[in-house]
Design a binder for this molecule. Structure first.
Ligand SMILES: NC(=O)c1ccc[n+]([C@@H]2O[C@H](COP(=O)([O-])OP(=O)(O)OC[C@H]3O[C@@H](n4cnc5c(N)ncnc54)[C@H](O)[C@@H]3O)[C@@H](O)[C@H]2O)c1
Length: 200
């Protein structure tokens, strides 16, 4: 089912359909996200609206319609996608950073609400991960700064102390850990999978 997380009715339909088909939701991964970068003084309003609508409100709608089922079944794990941008500043990322810091706060608070129902809520904060999102971010910065894609990529690679980007699989394995009983005593936490970026 294709769903626009900015649209609460569509999100509700997706959750209700899942319950209709499977009877329960054990794991909810709130992954949809967008990035827009640029200096704040010229940052387009429509770009900031998009960041807020997808990254923040989309996270809320996805949780909102699933939470009643989680409460009823008294088990489950919710994992949201924050970012290193929730923890540190990045050049030209003020608007994106604000939404990801919001995701972190949302996740912590929801963990408190759902702990009495035996439902765990955690976030994952990826560092630079080789996906279309990062590739488009790097391409835009290269255009804006008049330098090559490879030069911007090298800068990003040096930010983590491991000197390379993560693969999607390396992020997915952290999400999987939080989704299973392997992490049964972890809630309200944020797992940074950032190649050491935020330890510096
Ligand atoms: N790639 C990175 O370096 C990086 C770093 C930190 C955090 N993240 C976060 O990880 C998550 C996944 O990002 P990614 O790197 O795979 O990006 P991506 O652009 O490759 O994938 C993002 C996904 O979100 C979906 N999406 C976007 N807007 C949507 C909407 N309105 N409704 C429904 N789906 C929508 C897209 O269709 C796409 O499948 C995001 O929340 C992102 O902010 C990524």
């Amino acid at each position: 089912m294709n769903v626009d997380v900015r649209n609460p009715e569509e999100v509700k339909k997706m959750i209700d359909y899942t319950i209709e088909k499977h009877g329960r939701i054990d794991i909810l991964i709130v992954n949809a996200g967008v990035v827009r970068v640029g200096p704040v003084e010229t940052f387009p309003e429509e770009d900031y609206d998009l960041l807020i609508d997808v990254n923040l409100k989309g996270t809320h709608y996805t949780c909102k319609y699933a939470v009643p089922y989680f409460k009823k079944q008294k088990s489950g794990s919710i994992i949201t996608l924050a970012s290193v941008a929730a923890h540190i500043g990045q050049v030209a990322h003020a608007n994106y950073c604000s939404t990801k810091a919001g995701v972190l706060g949302y996740t912590r608070a929801l963990a408190l609400d759902l702990a009495p129902y035996n439902v765990r809520v955690n976030s994952v904060s990826p560092g630079a991960t080789d996906t279309p999102m990062l590739q488009s971010d790097v391409a835009k910065q290269a255009r804006d700064r008049g330098i090559s894609y490879e030069d911007v990529k090298k800068e990003f690679e040096q930010e983590g102390i491991m000197g390379r980007w993560a693969t999607s699989e390396e992020i997915a394995s952290g999400i999987l850990f939080l989704a299973t009983e392997e992490s049964s005593y972890i809630t309200g936490a944020d797992l940074r999978i950032d190649g050491g970026w935020t330890t510096q």
